[in-house]
Each structure stands twice: as C-alpha cells, then as structure tokens.
Design a protein around this ligand. Structure first.
Ligand code: ADP
Length: 264
C-alpha cells in the first residue's frame, strides 16, 4: 500500500514507481469489485428459480397433494424453472471456458460460409416455431478463415437466437457474409457476418453495455423468453479470441444489426 507519507519518503527519485503502485492498486480494487458483482449476480440469478422450486415442492407436499390438475400444472412450472437453472449453469461454464482460452489464438482453417449454412440449418426449427423467415446471403465458394469452428458456431447461434427471440413473430432474419478489403478499426482485410432483424430494436443508451454479463436492455422480455443475460458476453470473448470485433447498430423501433468482423 502506498500512502502520501510513503511518497514523501520516496522523494522525487521514484515518481514512476509511485504511479505504478497507485495504478496497480486501482486495478486490483476494480477487479475485486467486478468479482464481487459477478458472484452477487450469479447468486441472485440462481436463487430466483431455486426459490420457486422450493415453494412448489412445499405446495405439492401440502395443498396440491390430492389435486391431480394442480400437480401437473406445478410440475410443468418446476420443469421450466429447472430448465432455466440448467441453461444458466451451461452458459456460466461456457463463459469460464471461453475466458480461459481468450489468449490462445485459434489456428484451424475453417470454411465460414459452410459453417453459417450448417448453423442456419440447425436453427430452422426455432425460426419455424417463431414463424420467422431465416435467410442466408453468402458467396458460393468456401470462405477460409483460421478459427475455432465450435466457438464461432456458438457466436452465430447466440446472435441468430436473439434475432429470432427479440425480432418478433412473423418477421425476417437475414444473415449476410461479405468480404471487406479493409476494416477501418482492425486495419486489415476482414470478413463481416451480419445478423439483421426487423424487431423493436434497442435504445442507444443500452448499446455500449450489451456485452456486459447479465446486462439486459429489456429485463422483463429477456426473462420471459428464458434468456440468461450471458449470450453476448460469451460472444464477445470468442470474437476477441479471434482478434475480431463485435458491433451493434440499432435504433429503437427499427430492428437491430449485429456484426461479427473477423480479420482474414
Ligand atoms: P439474453 O439471454 O437476455 O438474451 P444476451 O446477452 O444474449 O442475453 O443479450 C443481452 C440483451 O440484449 C438482451 O437481454 C436484450 O435485451 C438485448 N438484445 C440482444 N439481441 C437483441 C435483438 N436482436 N433485438 C433487441 N434486443 C436484443
């Protein structure tokens, strides 16, 4: 710990040492606060379905014991709450895995167009259930990139799932793959995968915070749709690992476009 008294004792010969110490301490404190916030959020997110489960178990033991219709109804709700916990634990595991691997550069060569085609095929049932028209616009020949196929599939799945979930029934979701000669931020040739929906969009105040863990632009809707609030945080870590960037453009009332821009 560096106090004013210590600085005075160190004298002018050690100004950089003092600055570094202050910076380190601020970083440690910030990291500690983030960890505490995360644990508090996880506990809260797990406790909500758990409290419901405990309540329903008590009801099944008591008042609803001999009421078959009520029992079925409560068991359905309990199944839903257990599913919510299961998804949350699954996303927490994914998050910790992708965070751990963030510095390891993926080296496998993959065909991004092929990966998108198979991802969209696997998401057709979800789109159909939501009466959403899901379309891919991509060049025919393979588009090679070095990447981790499973992780990139997870990114596109999360983005397409959100577009279907939040885009609204009866809408269109389009996924576009294009090649860019030079991305101005990455300063390199890149591939841009856009997931475009025509839903209610996102108010601009939320845009900078969307990839924070558990941040939701519309809390009620996310929970109603079974969201964990971790999908975009996971996507961001994976895109970082690929040295790319995740971009969102949206205006309230005017749909949303999420872009995954990956260096070639
Ligand atoms: P969730 O599990 O809540 O969907 P995400 O991390 O995937 O968590 O997304 C964070 C929040 O961003 C969502 O809760 C939602 O409010 C907002 N969001 C994400 N995608 C869209 C979209 N396509 N249209 C409108 N809002 C979106």
């Amino acid at each position: 710990e560096v106090t004013c008294r210590h600085i005075a004792a160190l004298g002018p010969a050690y100004p950089s040492a003092v600055v570094v110490s202050f910076q380190d301490r601020a970083d440690v404190e910030q990291a500690g606060q983030m960890r505490r916030d995360f644990v508090a959020n996880v506990s809260h997110e797990l406790r909500t379905p758990l409290t419901a489960l405990i309540g329903f178990i008590e009801t099944l033991r008591g008042a609803a014991r001999d009421d078959e219709a009520a029992r079925d109804r409560f068991l359905n709700i309990m199944e839903g709450e257990a599913g919510r916990m299961n998804r949350l634990v699954g996303d927490l595991l994914s998050l910790s895995r992708v965070e751990a691997e963030e510095r390891v550069r993926p080296t496998n060569q993959i065909d991004l167009a092929g990966l998108l085609t198979s991802t969209l095929t696997s998401m057709t049932p979800l789109a159909d259930n939501n009466k959403v028209n899901l379309t891919l616009v991509a060049p025919d020949p393979p588009v090679q990139i070095s990447g981790d196929a499973d992780q990139l599939r997870q990114v596109f799945t999360n983005l397409i799932e959100n577009a279907i979930k939040y885009g609204g029934s009866g809408g269109h979701v389009t996924v576009e793959l294009r090649e860019i000669d030079r991305d101005p931020v990455l300063r390199a040739a890149a591939l841009d995968v856009r997931v475009i929906d025509q839903g209610p969009g996102i108010d601009s105040v939320h845009l900078p915070r969307l990839t924070e863990r558990f941040y939701r632009a519309d809390n009620h809707r996310s929970r109603q749709l079974g969201g964990t609030g971790l999908g975009l945080a996971i996507a961001k870590h994976i895109v970082n690992r690929h040295r790319g960037r995740l971009k969102v453009d949206s205006e309230k009332g005017n749909g949303a476009t999420f872009s995954v821009i990956l260096p070639r």
